[in-house]
Write a protein that binds this ligand. Structure first.
Ligand SMILES: Nc1ncnc2c1ncn2[C@@H]1O[C@H](COP(=O)(O)OP(=O)(O)OP(=O)(O)O)[C@@H](O)[C@H]1O
Ligand SMILES: [Mg+2]
Length: 316
């Protein structure tokens, strides 16, 4: 449905462009007539001018028609896109319920196998659980993106202590950082650690960025920093995650924020993931009134910076 609307939209745009070009050609052709001939035309051939004026009028009407149709098509396409997002949000919810049941029953089967002394068989159940959890995360991400795009994400603002939130994140990530042979450093230099924001959403953003840093760095350093920043008299906090990992090519620095986009999209790529994390993080940063930017050097490392207003997103 969306594809059909978009095709119609393109069609209208091409038609409008063609008509604009014809109109432009007529006007330039008329302007190019030398003065004498124009005078001649003016003096002796009112009919030609009248015909041209009528032609121009008709073209104008046709153009305004096309513009109206164009606006209508755009509105329909937007409505279709919203319907798609609402549909996705609902279907993702329906998918999660049975998947949770699968994970729950796999856990029970696993415990039964252990009790029955059949430990060797738990390997397959573990695989089942890992795959189900992966699918559940994926569904959760699709659901999140759909909700954000449908404008259905509530931001729950709370006065939080950023220092505590960052400490908790470090604790959460410690096992996977260790597993990757990385070291996580923290440099928190905040004058006043209180920030009005949505802690769950902020955690989600930072978990993805820190998770990425850990995923794309092996045996290296990850540095999580936070400091104050003032811009146009407004107070912000800058939270930075720097790694010494594989880096990102310059021509991919913006596309990695698009949904389902990864630097290495070959079937044999080494790293897991779906390419939704940064798309979601950027949209969430927007909702929190902030921004997220990246700088990177290939094979040297990457730095992601999240900037958030201390007093929450602008109201209204
Ligand atoms: N710190 C980093 N170092 C190198 N490349 C990175 C880094 N962070 C992101 N990227 C690149 O950007 C891509 C998109 O990141 P994003 O978080 O959106 O997706 P993902 O991590 O691949 O999957 P998901 O987050 O959905 O599990 C990654 O696949 C990777 O190619
Ligand atoms: Mg990610």
């Amino acid at each position: 449905m969306v594809a059909a609307e978009l095709a119609a939209l393109r069609d209208y745009r091409e038609r409008t462009e063609r008509q604009m070009e014809e109109l432009f050609n007529t006007i330039t052709a008329f302007a190019a007539l030398d003065y004498d001939r124009r005078a001649l035309v003016h003096d002796d051939n009112d009919e030609l001018i009248n015909a041209m004026a009528i032609g121009l009028n008709m073209m104008g009407e046709e153009l305004s028609h096309t513009m109206k149709a164009l606006v209508g098509a755009r509105d329909e396409a937007l409505a279709a896109s919203r319907a798609k997002s609402a549909f996705l949000a609902n279907i993702s919810h329906e998918l999660r319920t049975p998947l949770n049941a699968i994970i729950g029953y796999a856990e029970i089967i696993r415990e039964d196998l252990v009790d029955a002394g059949q430990d060797a068989l738990t390997v397959d159940v573990d695989r089942l659980q890992i795959a189900s959890r992966h699918l559940l995360n994926l569904i959760q991400d699709v659901l999140d993106l759909a909700r954000i795009e449908a404008g259905r994400v509530d931001v729950r603002l709370e006065q939080i202590d950023l220092r505590t939130l960052l400490q908790e994140l470090q604790t959460t990530l410690a096992p996977s950082v260790k597993e990757a042979g990385n070291v996580l450093h923290a440099r928190v230099e905040l004058g006043r650690p209180q920030v009005l924001t949505d802690p769950l959403r902020l955690q989600q953003i930072l978990l993805n960025i820190l998770g990425n840093a850990n995923k794309f760095t092996v045996g290296g350093d990850i540095t999580l920093s936070a400091c104050d920043h003032v811009e146009h008299g407004r107070a912000f906090v800058d939270i930075t995650v720097a790694d010494t990992g594989i880096g990102i090519p310059a021509d991919k620095l913006e596309t990695i924020f698009d949904a389902f986009t990864q630097v290495d999209d070959t079937a044999t790529r080494r790293f897991g993931g779906t390419g939704l994390g940064l798309a979601i993080s950027r949209r969430l940063c927007d909702l929190l009134g902030g921004s997220i930017v990246v700088s990177s050097e290939l094979r040297r490392g990457s730095t992601f910076r999240v900037r958030l207003p201390v007093d929450g997103p602008p109201r209204g």
